[in-house]
Design a protein around this ligand. Sequence first.
Ligand SMILES: Nc1ncnc2c1ncn2[C@@H]1O[C@H](COP(=O)(O)OP(=O)(O)O)[C@@H](O)[C@H]1O
Ligand SMILES: [Mg+2]
Length: 270
Amino acid sequence: MTSVSRHERISGQLVDLKMPGALEALDEVLRGVDSGSLGGSEAIEKLLGAQILLRNNRRLEAAMRSSRLPAVKTLEDFDFTFQPSLRREQIDSLHELDFVRRKENVVFLGPPGVGKTHLAISLAIRAAQHGRKVYYGSLRDLVESLEAAERKGQLRRRLGILTYPALLVVDEIGYLPVTRSAATLFFQLINERYERGSTVLTSNKGFEEWGGILGDEVMAAALLDRLLHHCHIVNIRGNSYRMRKRGELARALHQAPARKNPDAGEEATR
Ligand SMILES: Nc1ncnc2c1ncn2[C@@H]1O[C@H](COP(=O)(O)OP(=O)(O)O)[C@@H](O)[C@H]1O
Ligand SMILES: [Mg+2]
C-alpha cells in the first residue's frame, strides 16, 4: 500500500469518525512517521492529542457562551510566586477535578485582589474543558435571578436550573449585604445543591461574619453546616495583585527619567 493511499484511507476514517482536529494534524504526523522522526505510539498520541485539544477548545467556547463566566482565567496564568501563602499542590490537585466527581465544595477566602475569582474561574474552565456543565454568578446576580423567578412563580424551575450544573461558582459573598429574603433564597440554593453538585464560592469575609452578611445567624449556621460538610477551604492571605500592578506603575512613573521638555519647568519634571 502506497503512503498516498494510506493517507487517504486514514483521512476517510477520521472524517467518518468526525475527528477534524486529528484530520488537521494528519499530514504533519504522517510526515513525521515517514521521515522517522516520530515513532508509531508517538504518532498515535499526537493525532489523538490534536483531536482532544480541538474538542476541549470547542467545549470551552460553548461554556463561555452558556456559563456566564466573565473572563478566561487559567491556572497557567496564575503567578504562585506572588501568593506564597497558597499551597500549590492543593490548587493543582483541585484542578484535577476529583472534587467535582465527589460533589464537594471549594471556598476561596481572602481580601480583595488576591486571586479568588481567578482561581474559581480557572476551576470552572477546567471542568468545562472536561465536558462538565458549569455556571457562574456573583451572589447578588444569582439571588436576584431567584427573586425574579419567585415573583413569576417560577422559583422551583430556576432552582432546578441552578442545581443542574456540575459546578456552580458563587462569587463575591460579602461585598454587598443581601436582604433577608435574598439570603433565604441563597440558603435554598445551597440546600438544593448539597451532595448533588459542586459549588465554588469566594468571599472576602471569614465564616464567622457570614451571619452578618446574610442577616441571620441561625440560617448562616445551617447554610455553613451543609456547605462545609464536604469542602476544601483555600485561605489566601496575601497582597492584592491589582495593587501590585498599581504599585509597579507608580514606581515606573516615579523612576522615569525626566523628559527634556524646554517648556516644562524643573518642578514639572520632578
Ligand atoms: N497570583 C496571580 N497571578 C496572576 N494574576 C493574578 C493573580 N492574582 C490575581 N490576579 C489577577 O488580578 C486581578 C484580580 O484578581 P481576582 O481574582 O479578581 O481577585 P479577588 O477575586 O480575590 O478580588 C484579576 O485580573 C486576576 O486575574
Ligand atoms: Mg473576586
